[in-house]
Design a binder for this molecule. Structure first.
Ligand code: SF4
Ligand code: SF4
Length: 170
């Protein structure tokens, strides 16, 4: 059976522990709050500029991108997230060139490793920090990144017509 001394010793320890706990609570009560009121603050929620949310194909003001359909990003990707479809077109000078048809990206399987961005020779792709990417089905996570129409290719010159035969002399 415990003595009166043990009783007060235990009481003192309990009181000390309570004061220590209240000290922590009081400190947090006075600390500046950092909780984000999302989604109410959707328009100005702070997101780190370099946060990798989704891969994007960059367009300039004239609606042109820098992708040359080389397929380097697709080959660099460790898990088949990228699928580049292209076709050969003939230029005005008769030379042939690859033209992008579909730049397909599966956000659902991307691991955000950025190997594709690092290995792109033209800097055509980058990560956006647009973090609101929730959808209801996995199919909707497969995205076509070249969402603008490709600029028209200058048509190849028409083949030269044979010269008309000269009129016989009278
Ligand atoms: S995004 Fe870059 S690496 Fe990928 S196909 Fe286009 S140019 Fe090549
Ligand atoms: S970030 Fe990595 S996983 Fe995602 S598409 Fe690029 S290479 Fe593939």
């Amino acid at each position: 059976m415990g003595s009166v001394k043990d009783y007060f010793k235990g009481f003192g320890m309990g009181l000390r522990s309570l004061v220590q706990g209240m000290e922590v609570t009081g400190k947090e009560f006075l600390t500046k709050k950092v909780t984000e009121k999302y989604p109410e603050n959707r328009d100005n929620v702070p997101v780190a500029p370099r946060f990798r949310a989704i891969l994007t194909l960059t367009y300039d003001a004239e609606g042109r991108h820098k992708c040359i359909s080389c397929g380097m990003c697709q080959r660099s990707c460790p898990n088949g997230t990228i699928n580049i479809e292209s076709k050969m077109v003939e230029l005005a000078d008769g030379k042939k060139k690859k033209q992008l048809v579909n730049w397909m990206y599966d956000l659902g399987s991307c691991t955000f490793c950025q190997l594709c961005v690092t290995n792109c020779p033209t800097g055509a792709i980058t990560f956006s920090n647009d973090f609101e990417q929730s959808v209801f089905t996995r199919e909707l996570l497969v995205k076509k990144l070249n969402y603008l129409p490709e600029p028209p290719i200058e048509p190849a010159p028409a083949p030269a017509q044979p010269a008309a035969p000269a009129e016989p002399a009278k």
